[in-house]
Design a protein around this ligand. Structure first.
Ligand code: ZN
Length: 196
């Protein structure tokens, strides 16, 4: 199959597709041209956003339960870990993680306050309270079921993206929301800001 280089504009807050519940992908359809095209479109759209670390299908206007976590997100998360933590957590995936019909199957009791932004809520940032660990069960782009236990940034991304599939944006529950200036954004990007 030829790889589509199609990419989409990222839908912004206020559009109904971001505020509704996305539908499950029928498993036999995962290999279809339509679903593979959507995945490729999501990958390309995410690649265009220098500061993006993940994207959910509703963000490109598709109300289906699919999200992608970039390889960069895992690399950033891995850098944040101690050697011991690296031994105890799953290896960094070789490419982006495609999550179809994802379900969060386990959440740590422990939560922490973390800075958060969103590609669909430009240019607001705020503080959210997220579980420190989250286990995700999903199907990959080949229809194979997998489980991934994430902590820190990855756990936060899993929760943020899963919320997207349920029509929830971080600004629905964040505190200390502020709109950043271009200078502050440049500063954040330098620090590999966690923007989804
Ligand atoms: Zn988002």
């Amino acid at each position: 199959m030829t790889k589509s280089m199609k990419h989409s504009e990222i839908i912004q807050e206020g559009d109904p597709v971001l505020h509704g519940k996305a539908k499950a992908v029928p498993l036999p359809k995962i290999s279809s041209g339509k679903i593979q095209g959507i995945i490729s479109d999501m990958k390309n759209t995410l690649l265009d956003e220098a500061d993006g670390v993940a994207i959910a299908a509703p963000q490109i206007g598709v109300p289906l339960r699919i999200f992608i976590v970039s390889h960069r997100a895992f690399a950033i998360a891995n850098e944040e870990k101690s050697k011991k933590e690296r031994r105890l957590t799953p290896p960094v995936p070789e490419k982006e993680l495609i999550c179809i019909n994802p379900e969060i199957t386990k959440l740590s009791k422990k939560k922490s306050k973390v800075p958060e932004g969103c590609l669909s809520v430009r240019w607001k940032y705020g503080q959210t309270v997220r579980h420190e660990k989250a286990t995700l069960s999903a199907y990959d782009e080949h229809g194979k079921r997998f489980t991934y236990g994430g902590s820190g940034l990855i756990a936060q991304i899993f929760q943020h993206e899963n919320d997207h599939l349920n029509g929830i944006l971080f600004v629905d529950h964040a505190t200390d929301i502020e709109i950043l200036t271009p200078e502050q954004i440049a500063e954040l990007e330098k620090k590999n800001a966690e923007i989804r």
